[in-house]
Design a protein around this ligand. Structure first.
Ligand SMILES: Nc1ncnc2c1ncn2[C@@H]1O[C@H](COP(=O)(O)OP(=O)(O)OP(=O)(O)O)[C@@H](O)[C@H]1O
Ligand SMILES: [Mg+2]
Length: 465
C-alpha cells in the first residue's frame, strides 16, 4: 500500500524533541509544524492539520486539557500521544478522550512511522465518509436516488420538470439501473403523490391473464371467474401505473393499451361497459423499443404515445462517479441491520468497485455491499468479503481452469458459464441474454433443456460460499 503523506503538528515542550520528530517525519514526506506549548498548538490547529502528535507533559497546559480543546475545535483530527514511562494512567485517559494511539518513550522511530501511517489512513477515511455523507444529504440525492454524475443530475432535473404534467413517460435502461426508482420519483413528485403508484411487470404475468389483470373482468367472461374484478388501471385510480418490461406486452394487448391511453377509458374483459380512467402511464423497458418497432414486435403508434418524454438511465459503468456515493449509501442502509461498526471500504475495495464493469448495475452493487457488510470482520470491508464475481478476472479464469482439469464437454462449460452470468445479473434473463450474445428465447430454451434433463444448474466453478 502506498505511504500516505499528511500535515502533522508535533507538540512537545522540549524543542530538541520537536526538531528530531520534525526531521524524521519530513524525511517520510510529511509536512510538519511544531509547537512547544499548548496555546501555540491550538493556533496551529486552524490550519490544514490532519494529525497531532503530542507529549502529555506540557508546561502551562497539560496534555489532556490540550486534547480536550483540540477535539472541540477539530473533532476530525487524529491525535497520537507520547507517554513517558510511568504515566500510563493519563495515556488511558487520553484514549478515552479520543486519542488514536499512544507511543511510549523512548521513541522508536519505525514504530512511530507505522502508527502515523495508520492514523493518517483512518483520518482520510473519516474525512471521505463525512464528505460523502454531506454530498448524499445535499444535491446528490433526489427522493431515494443517489446520483453525482452529470447524467443522473440531468435525470433529476428532468423528473422535476415533467412530474407536474400528466404526460406519458418512457424509461429505458439496462436491468438494475434504477428505472423503477425513477418512476417512483416521478410519481412522488407529482400532484398525484397521494394516489396509488401501481407497478406491473408485464413479463411476469401469463399472457392469458394479462388483459384481465390490467383492465379487469366481469362474471362469465371466463368459466372460472366467480366475481367481477377491478383491473390495475382502475386500481391506480388517479395515480400512476408503471408498465414494466413493456416490450413483453403481446401485440393484441398493445392495441388495447393504445385505446386506453388515447380514450382514457377501460373496458373490463367480458363487459360492454366503459369506465373512465385518469391514470398517468409510465412505461419501462430494458430493450431498445425503437428497435422492437423496426422488427415489428412493438406497435409504432403505441411507441410514439409512450415516448412523449424519454428518460434513459445509463448503465453504472458509464457513470463511475456514482459508484462510491452509491456504495456509501448502501453501507449506511445495511450497516444498521447488522449492528456492526463498519466505517467504510478498504482502498482495494474502492479501486475494485471503480474498475469493475457492473453488468448487473446498481442492483449488483447493492448486493455486493450488503454481502460485504455481512462478511466483514473488521471496521472495513475488504475484497475477500465481496462476492466472487467481483474478483472476476480471478473467478472467470478459475472456471476455465476447472473445466480444463475436468476435461468438461462444451455443453457442460456452457451451462456453467450461463449460470455464472445469471448470478452476475441477479437472475435478470434479458440482461444475461444480452451479455451472452443470444436472444432471450434461446436462453429460456437452454435453461428449459437443462431442467428437463434435471441437470444441476452449475456443475462446477461454484463460488466458495
Ligand atoms: N440512483 C440510485 N440510488 C439509490 N438506489 C438505487 C439507484 N438506482 C437503483 N437503485 C437500487 O437498485 C435496485 C434496482 O433498481 P430498480 O429496481 O429501480 O432497477 P430497474 O432498472 O427497474 O431494474 P429491472 O430492469 O431489473 O427491473 C433497487 O434496490 C434500487 O433501490
Ligand atoms: Mg424494474
Amino acid at each position: 500500500m502506498d505511504n500516505l503523506q499528511g500535515n502533522i503538528l508535533v507538540v512537545d515542550d522540549d524543542p530538541e524533541i520537536c526538531r528530531l520528530l520534525a526531521d524524521v517525519l519530513a524525511d517520510e514526506g510529511h509536512a510538519v509544524a511544531t509547537s512547544t506549548n499548548g496555546k501555540d498548538a491550538i493556533k496551529h490547529l486552524s490550519q490544514n492539520i490532519e494529525l497531532v502528535i503530542t507529549d502529555l507533559q506540557l508546561k502551562e497546559m497539560q496534555g489532556l486539557d490540550l486534547m480536550r480543546q483540540m477535539k472541540q475545535i477539530r473533532p476530525d483530527v487524529s491525535v497520537i500521544i507520547i507517554t513517558a514511562f510511568g504515566s500510563m494512567s493519563s495515556a488511558v485517559e487520553a484514549m478515552k478522550l479520543g486519542a488514536y494511539d499512544y507511543i511510549p518513550k523512548p521513541l522508536k522511530m519505525d514504530e512511530l512511522a507505522l502508527v502515523v501511517q495508520k492514523a493518517l489512513r483512518e483520518s482520510a477515511l473519516r474525512r471521505e465518509v463525512a464528505q460523502l455523507r454531506k454530498e448524499i444529504g445535499r444535491s446528490y440525492r433526489f427522493e431515494n436516488m443517489i446520483g453525482k454524475s452529470k447524467a443522473m443530475q440531468a435525470i433529476f432535473d428532468l423528473i422535476r420538470r415533467v412530474s407536474s404534467s400528466a404526460t406519458n413517460i418512457l424509461i429505458t435502461g439496462d436491468s438494475g439501473t434504477g428505472k423503477e426508482l425513477v418512476a417512483r420519483a416521478i410519481h412522488y413528485n407529482s400532484p398525484r403523490r397521494d394516489k396509488p403508484f401501481i407497478p406491473v411487470n408485464c413479463a411476469a404475468i401469463p399472457e392469458t391473464l394479462l388483459e384481465s389483470e390490467l383492465f379487469g373482468l366481469v362474471i362469465g367472461a371466463f368459466t372460472d371467474a366467480k366475481q367481477d374484478k377491478r383491473g390495475l388501471f382502475e386500481e391506480a385510480g388517479e395515480g400512476t401505473i408503471l408498465l414494466d418490461e413493456i416490450s413483453e406486452l403481446p401485440l393484441s394487448l398493445q392495441a388495447k393499451l393504445l385505446r386506453v391511453i388515447q380514450e382514457k377509458e377501460v373496458r373490463r374483459v367480458g363487459s360492454a361497459k366503459i369506465c373512465k380512467v385518469d391514470v398517468r402511464v409510465v412505461a419501462a423497458s430494458n430493450l431498445d423499443l425503437s428497435e422492437a418497432v423496426k422488427q415489428k414486435c412493438f406497435r409504432q403508434d403505441l411507441f410514439y404515445r409512450l415516448d412523449v418524454i424519454h428518460i434513459h438511465v445509463p448503465p453504472l459503468c458509464e457513470r463511475r462517479e456514482d459508484i462510491m456515493p452509491l456504495a456509501y449509501h448502501f453501507l449506511n442502509k445495511y450497516k444498521d441491520e447488522t449492528q456492526k461498526s463498519i466505517k467504510g471500504f478498504s482502498e482495494d475495495v474502492s479501486s475494485l468497485f471503480l474498475s469493475y464493469n457492473w453488468p448487473g448495475n446498481v442492483r449488483e452493487l447493492e448486493n455486493a455491499v450488503e454481502r460485504g457488510i455481512i462478511m466483514a470482520r473488521g471496521e472495513e470491508v475488504i475484497p475477500e468479503d465481496l462476492p466472487d464475481t467481483l474478483n472476476s478476472g480471478f473467478a472467470q479464469s478459475a472456471l476455465l481452469h476447472e473445466a480444463i482439469d475436468r476435461q468438461s464437454s462444451l455443453e457442460e462449460l456452457e451451462r456453467a458459464y450461463i449460470a455464472r452470468i445469471l448470478e452476475q445479473t441477479g437472475g435478470a434473463k434479458t440482461r444475461a441474454a444480452q451479455i451472452l450474445g443470444i436472444d432471450r428465447k434461446t436462453l429460456y430454451r437452454k435453461l428449459e433443456h437443462d431442467r428437463e434433463k434435471s441437470l444441476p444448474p452449475e456443475p462446477f466453478g461454484a463460488s466458495a460460499d
